[in-house]
Ligand binder design. Structure first.
Ligand SMILES: [Zn+2]
Length: 119
């Protein structure tokens, strides 16, 4: 198992490759088993749907049977962006004095936000 990435839902990330290389966004969902994540507003794909399939409950996102949604990107194509120093960087695992595990920015040494339990 890869221990390199510690991206969690709600993190800011930058896309490292592909047509949206360099763009930043907030992680919307992480799929650890697939090694993929979706990022709000990035890597949008248009999906055609059959009329009435969703019971007309998709709100503004649905226009004429086309749904726009974020497609998952490989986590390996994402770079964590530190909230404190705003730098695309990496995280290392560390522990505070009381033994609590934290993700720590290798650039500025600040602990990253922790996810809600189960996120
Ligand atoms: Zn930092």
């Amino acid at each position: 198992m890869s221990a390199k990435m510690h991206i969690l839902k709600g993190d800011t990330v930058m896309i490292r490759r592909g047509k949206e290389k360099g763009r930043r966004g907030i992680v919307k969902s992480v799929f650890p088993d697939a090694g993929k994540a979706t990022i709000e507003g990035l890597n949008i794909v248009k999906r055609h749907t059959k009329q009435g399939q969703d019971g007309g409950n998709m709100g503004a996102q649905q226009t004429g049977g086309i749904i726009e949604k974020e497609a998952a990107l490989p986590i390996s194509a994402l770079q964590y962006v530190c909230e404190k120093c705003k730098t695309p960087t990496r995280l290392r695992r560390g522990r505070t004095k009381d033994g609590v595990a934290h993700r720590i920015c290798v650039k500025c040494g600040e602990p990253a936000r922790e996810s809600a339990k189960g996120a």
